[in-house]
Design a binder for this molecule. Structure first.
Ligand code: FAD
Ligand code: PHB
Length: 390
């Protein structure tokens, strides 16, 4: 080994969960190093999430980075659930809550700025990152950085490296418990500097497939449309996107559609996945490394933040009080929260997407939409789940 370091917590991945965990540990005075396989610019370029729950903003504040989200984020007091031309407004005011539209890139940038300001170590473009001896008291991580073979000795490893990361893969297959459902479609996404068709985010069920109108500001729109999972992003350009999008938009919104060049386009697959082995020995899985939800419920980043907060609290208790109770309860507490969000995201996907060609399925969706539109209780249930369950 050409270089060996020691830290208390090795964090793999500098997405929102790894960066937030890092800031919370910094606040608690717990030494840590973040290893990220990509460059900082690449991480910042991933557009993804938009909606933050109130507890997510509170966790960001605790880490010293919630101010901008609170100041510059768009307050979301509800959203429109649409069935073609018909609309059902979900009003968060009924439960005294709200959400905030604030893009994941901005969350990431705020966390990176805070990290730079406090001098935290993040090693970007770390190659071949591998956890070792996770079942022992002395785990370590090996990686390649700037041409050197390196080793990081630590007390704990936090696997914050997303769905395709190495952390989950290093848990032995015979102990790994997984639950998965892959949907046969994905979301084609476009970000553009055009005024949004609506200030209210809209989830739209169209006979040919789902679409969503979201935004980042009064001049920046974020739009999504359902496409088969076989679609290749290289076959898409902005013109083709706009033509498909316009063809599915309800008339009142289509009239307001302003098109323009794409700042970003991507396709995200839709899946539900939970690995219930969120801890093995001294390795903890955090965020997308342990669970994926279809983006329909706007839950993924919020769950990742919840995990990071819980793990940070558990590590604080371990180091400050020599008490492992919170670390030992990490899986159970996290999973109680996660399964409810998995259910809601799956349910919202089933309600709003073209699931099959069977007309019966669409009739069931219509019945559910009509029931929701006529029932305050049903609307409150959606608002409660969307804003985050206590
Ligand atoms: P990631 O963001 O995936 O970060 C993992 C990091 O680990 C990456 O930087 C990666 O490069 C790094 N890494 C991977 N492998 C390695 C390795 N071997 N070594 C070192 N580093 C590694 N969530 C919401 O809450 N609200 C929303 O509105 C919402 N909308 C979404 C819309 C779309 C289209 C998509 C795709 C997702 C959306 N999400 C939403 C989900 C959200 O983006 C994710 O849940 C969130 O990014 C998870 O953060 P994470 O840090 O756990 O994982
Ligand atoms: C977004 O604005 O990107 C967004 C909003 C709601 C979702 C998913 C994504 O459910």
């Amino acid at each position: 080994m050409e270089e060996t370091r020691r830290t208390q917590v090795a964090i793999i991945g500098a997405g929102p969960s790894g960066l937030l965990l890092g800031q919370l540990l910094h606040k608690h005075g717990i030494d840590h190093v973040i290893l990220e396989s990509r460059s900082a610019d690449y991480v910042l370029g991933r557009v993804r999430a938009g909606v933050l729950e109130q507890p997510t903003i509170a966790a960001l504040r605790e880490a010293g980075v919630g101010d901008r989200a609170e100041r510059e984020g768009l307050r979301m007091n509800g959203f429109d659930l649409r069935w073609d031309e018909e609309s059902c407004h979900i009003d968060f005011g009924r439960i005294g809550k709200h959400a905030t539209v604030y893009g994941q890139t901005r969350v990431t940038r705020d966390l990176m700025d805070a990290r730079r300001a406090c001098g935290g170590i993040t090693l970007y473009e770390a190659g071949d990152v591998r956890p070792h001896d996770i079942e022992s008291q002395r785990p370590y991580v090996t990686y390649r950085h700037e041409g050197r073979e390196c080793r990081l000795d630590c007390d704990f490893i936090a696997g914050c490296d997303g769905f395709h990361g190495v952390s989950r893969q290093s848990i032995p297959k015979n102990v790994l418990r997984e639950y998965a459902l892959t949907f046969p479609f994905g979301w084609l996404a476009l970000l553009a500097d055009v005024p949004p068709v609506s200030e209210e985010v809209a989830w739209i069920n169209h006979a040919e497939g789902f679409l969503m109108c979201s935004l980042r500001s009064k001049t920046r729109s974020r739009y999504y449309v359902q496409v088969p999972s076989t679609e290749d992003i290289r076959q898409w350009d902005a013109d083709r996107f706009w033509a498909l999008y316009r063809s599915r938009l309800p008339r009142d919104l289509a009239e307001k559609l302003v098109t323009g060049p794409a700042l970003e386009m991507s396709i995200a697959p839709l899946r539900s996945y939970v690995c219930t082995t969120m801890r093995h020995g001294r390795l903890f899985l955090v965020g997308d490394a342990a669970h994926i939800v279809p983006p329909t419920g706007a839950k993924g980043l919020n769950l990742a933040v919840g995990d990071a907060k819980e793990l940070a609290d558990g590590l604080l208790r371990h180091y400050r009080d020599r008490d492992t109770a919170d670390l030992d309860g990490y899986c159970d507490r996290a999973l109680a929260r996660i399964w409810k969000a998995v259910r809601f995201s799956w349910w919202m996907t089933n309600l709003t997407h073209k699931m099959t060609d069977n007309p019966f399925a669409r009739q069931m969706q219509l019945a559910e939409f009509e029931y929701t539109r006529g029932s305050e209780a049903a609307q409150i249930a959606i608002a409660e789940n969307f804003c985050g369950l206590d």
